[in-house]
Design a protein around this ligand. Structure first.
Ligand code: PRP
Length: 212
């Protein structure tokens, strides 16, 4: 049996679809429920539903052999695991955003306050710049940072751009594009090689089919 950690939230529905298309019977997951652990009917796969930022932890510690998680979370958590596949969904961008009038001035300011759910990504983004940055960790509704005066700018993900737009904010700089990734525990890749390779091959075949 292999265990797969699935991110709850924005990647969830697409991840269930992906695993179903790859041949796993995930029908139990499609029913409304508060359960956190599911098994496929053949009991070959156990699925655990975790908070996105915890997926790399479950995979690094080998509680889950594999996981599906956003590249943003992988960059932020910096866990020791193998990133095996770009799943091409959950596409968004990590950006610096703020009020439009900051467009020219924020980068030249010697001191900037940055609100973000991603303090490590923010630290590494600013590490090459000669300026003092105060990074303020928030857990959600990051756009409130500039709106309330808590921060000058934010570093956050943008998908449709709607949240920024409806709050009068704009993208000031692009950091990187992100998407969902299949990650695998380092030891599981050796000890459960057949099962994990078969999962990867099935997903890969399906991604290829989708392209054509
Ligand atoms: C994310 C992100 C933005 C928003 C971007 O928040 O932090 O606020 O989605 O999406 P959009 O460009 O399509 O508007 P999320 O919905 O995960 O909620 P949160 O603010 O509670 O973290």
């Amino acid at each position: 049996m292999i265990t797969i950690a699935l991110s709850k939230g924005r990647l969830f529905d697409e991840s269930v679809r992906l695993l179903t298309d790859a041949g796993l019977d995930c029908s139990e997951l499609e029913q409304p429920s508060r359960k956190l652990i599911f098994y496929t009917p053949d009991e070959q796969v156990r699925l655990v539903l975790v908070k996105p930022s915890d997926v790399p932890t479950y995979v690094e510690y080998g509680i889950a052999d594999a996981g599906i998680v956003g590249k943003d979370v992988l960059m932020e958590e910096g866990r020791s695991l193998y990133e095996m596949l770009d799943l091409k969904y959950g596409r968004c961008r990590i950006v610096v955003a703020g009020f439009p009038e900051k467009r020219d001035t924020w980068i030249t300011r010697a001191y900037t306050r940055v609100a973000t759910k991603y303090p490590n990504i923010a630290k590494s983004y600013f590490s090459s710049q000669d300026k003092t940055v105060e990074i303020i960790k928030l857990n959600g509704s990051v756009e409130l940072g500039p709106l309330t005066g808590l921060s000058d700018v934010i570093i956050d993900i943008v998908e449709s751009g709607r949240t920024l737009k409806e709050n009068g904010l704009v993208v000031l700089d692009e950091i990187c594009p992100i998407s969902a990734r299949l990650v695998v525990n380092r030891i599981s890749l050796k000890t459960k090689n057949t099962e994990i390779r078969s999962l990867i091959n099935n997903i890969q075949r399906m991604l290829e089919e989708k392209k054509t």
